[in-house]
Design a binder for this molecule. Structure first.
Ligand code: ADP
Length: 388
């Protein structure tokens, strides 16, 4: 069974802690994405699972066997890297079967496995071609074919689509999901691209500075981020954050006032600094928000910049409306600006003065300082941080 368990994994390079006490419990057949900004420890974590890097401390179990110090070949895993590195002088068939032939598999078994992989990857008709006759997507499929024929318990993939162009990348995402369904094998996939993680994974593990921030299904990370880092990293464009403080019965900042039931949070007192988070799609022009059950008080704003994206418009708003000839959004402090996304047919123009409302069910509150989530929405109190 392809379970992968990481217990208290630490990887220390001389003065850098690349991985800081990571615990993961990945179930057989799961598709997990390790996601986070460059340098957050994704590749190092994957390399410790692969056996390419030894952890400084901690224990790794793959397929019910402790493998912490075993060489890669004894771990029941297969890796696919960003750099495809096919052998240029071998055709596709020989590239895929190379590892098996090296291990002296008999020719019947080799044939069976290559045909099976070619079938799954839909590359049967190119088995005779040389690598320089293949497109980028076909080359990546061949690299995945090399991993499939090994029949591993776990696939480890390190940014395998990063070198492909944007359109092909989106196509290959679907292909990988199909592959995962067909094979049912555990996949641990590293990417810095949150959209890739959101669309493919059963659960995503968000890392920052070597530490696991949250592991949960994509929508849970989106709707109930464990902290401000996850809230800002997951979702594009990023969530708005407004610094303010607690007042009796709600949140207040220079420009925004929202009623929130904060009576249940024993650690919070009136006047405490706090950060309100709201996604651009949860901010509405008041005139266009009849369907929202639970609105904030109106917020005065002026449209500063419009970014039409085709299927939506990003509206950059300035909240210090009274300030005559105020600075543009790029020059104001974050407390004075807000990003809203609206339908493409919305009637908004630069310099319009509008009233906004926030959907209170969709707002988030974070502790100032450590950024931990306090609550999501204003409905029933959510059990916080249960996936951290
Ligand atoms: P990511 O894959 O998220 O971009 P990495 O796991 O590659 O991040 O790196 C995590 C941190 O560890 C970075 O600060 C990186 O510079 C450092 N690091 C990685 N490999 C080494 C190494 N061999 N020697 C020293 N520092 C390293």
């Amino acid at each position: 069974m392809g379970d992968v368990i990481l217990e208290n994994i630490v990887k220390q390079y001389e003065d850098v802690t690349a991985v800081e006490n990571i615990n993961l419990n990945i179930k057989d057949g799961e598709f997990i994405c390790l996601v986070g900004p460059s340098g957050c420890g994704k590749s190092t974590t994957l390399e410790t699972i692969a056996g390419l890097t030894k952890p400084t401390s901690g224990e790794i179990t793959v397929a019910d066997r402790e493998v912490t110090y075993l060489p890669p070949k004894d771990r029941q895993i297969a890796m696919v890297f960003q750099n495809i590195a096919l052998f240029p002088h071998m055709n596709v068939h020989d590239n895929i079967s190379f590892g098996l032939r090296l291990r002296n598999f008999d020719s019947k078994e080799v044939k069976k496995r290559v045909e099976n992989a070619a079938e799954i990857l839909q590359i049967k008709e190119i088995l005779d071609r040389m690598p320089d006759e293949l497109s980028g997507g076909q080359q990546q499929r061949v690299a995945i074919g090399r991993a499939i024929v090994r029949d591993p318990e776990v696939f480890l993939m390190d940014e395998p689509l990063a070198n492909l162009d944007a359109k092909l990348r989106v196509h290959m995402r679907t292909e990988l999901q199909r592959l995962h369904k067909e094979l049912g094998t555990t996949i641990i996939y590293v990417t810095h691209d949150q959209a890739e993680a959101m669309t493919m994974a059963d659960r995503i593990a968000v890392l920052n500075k070597g530490e696991l921030q949250q592991i949960a299904p994509p929508l849970k990370c989106y709707n109930e981020p464990a902290n401000q880092f996850v809230a800002s990293f997951i979702g594009s464009p990023s969530m708005n954050f407004i610094e303010g403080k607690i007042r009796s019965g709600g949140f207040e900042s220079t420009h925004i006032n929202v009623d929130i039931n904060i009576g249940n949070y024993d650690d919070l007192s009136i006047g405490d600094p706090i950060t309100l988070g709201v996604r651009p799609e949860d901010v509405y022009p008041k005139s266009n928000s009849p369907e929202i059950q639970s609105q904030s008080d109106p917020i005065d704003a002026q449209v500063d910049v419009l970014e039409p994206m085709g299927d939506e418009i990003f509206v950059y708003l300035r909240l210090n409306v009274g300030a005559e000839d105020g600075p543009t959004v790029t020059e104001t402090s974050s407390a004075d600006q807000l990003l809203m996304s609206v339908d493409p047919d919305s009637d908004v123009s630069t310099k319009d003065n509008i009233e906004l409302v926030i959907d209170r069910e969709k707002l988030h509150l974070f502790e100032s300082g450590n950024g931990n989530a306090i609550t999501h929405g204003i409905g029933e109190q959510t059990a916080l941080n249960q996936n951290r």
